[in-house]
Design a protein around this ligand. Structure first.
Ligand code: BTN
Length: 266
């Protein structure tokens, strides 16, 4: 295991304070928890003005998309969830997951000058075709959402990684053990900015930014959703965050969710 400073509330707050976040974060930090998303799901937000945020050194039941497990060893990576209130209609949240990944990219560019990351629709952050971050968004109550973020920071790849699930870490990319407190503070700051802009101006205001990091754009892809696969050329996203796919008969499909894989690099 790599050694990096443990996650500390005061270190995070010390970096956050001068950044002047609009709404402060209420940090709940654990050495071990089943899932940071699960913790916030059962957290009462009555009479709270701050944004509850749960961060853990390890998760025993880290949750991924499609019921998969999220690799969450102790002291190496970031497992972080925030619970945001929203005042818009539920349908206006369509595409929120995409902007969370954009926020992660913006943070990594700002803090460690990484500018070669791409996003595989809907929200996997990739480096050289390998997964670096994942996000899981869950709706709670009628006007609150939990945004869960996992970033592989200091983990070292096993000697024989599973070729079907290629992943990487910032350590593998940079060769440097990174301080997670700095990354978390900047992540929270950027996430809040992006979520607020999304609530105010919608996904439309992020489409240009998305286009520059769209991993699937122009590629022949297969999207698997509920055991059904659909194949075509990916042509970007629309204002709802749906993937635009054109099949071999030139028929256009607008897909809301699914697991994407590239069949041919064009
Ligand atoms: C994915 O499958 O790509 C989504 C992974 C999301 C993992 C994060 S880690 C913090 C938060 N807590 C969880 O249980 N899951 C999310």
């Amino acid at each position: 295991m790599n050694t990096s400073p443990l996650i500390s509330s005061s270190s995070i707050q010390n970096i956050l304070t001068p950044l002047n976040v609009k709404t402060p974060f209420e940090l709940h930090i654990f050495n071990e928890i089943d899932s940071t998303n699960r913790f916030l799901k059962e957290f009462s937000t009555e009479n709270r003005d701050m944004i509850p945020c749960c961060i853990a050194e390890m998760q025993t039941k880290g949750r991924g998309r499609f019921g998969k497990e999220w690799f969450s060893p102790f002291g190496e990576n970031i497992y972080c969830s925030c619970r945001f209130k929203f005042s818009t209609e539920l349908h206006a949240l369509s595409g929120l997951g995409l902007i969370v990944s954009l926020a992660i990219l913006a943070m990594l560019k700002e803090v460690i000058a990484m500018d070669d990351l791409l996003i595989k629709w809907p929200n996997d952050v990739l480096w050289q075709h390998k997964k670096l971050c994942g996000t899981l968004i869950e709706l709670v109550e009628t006007n609150e959402i939990i945004i869960g973020i996992g970033i592989n920071v200091n983990s070292i790849l096993p000697p024989a990684p599973d070729p079907n699930k290629p992943w990487c870490s910032l350590y593998e990319i940079t060769g440097v053990i990174l301080d997670r407190n700095t990354l978390i503070a900047h992540l929270l700051y950027t996430l809040q900015l992006y979520v607020e802009r999304f609530m105010q101006y919608g996904l439309e205001s992020f489409i240009d930014e998305w286009d520059t990091v769209d991993y699937l754009k122009g590629q022949k892809v297969s999207i698997l959703n509920q055991n059904k696969a659909i194949t075509g050329i990916a042509e970007g996203i629309n204002n709802l965050g749906q993937l635009i796919l054109v099949d071999s008969e030139r028929k256009m499909h607008h897909l809301t969710s699914g697991d994407a894989s590239i069949l041919t690099f064009l």
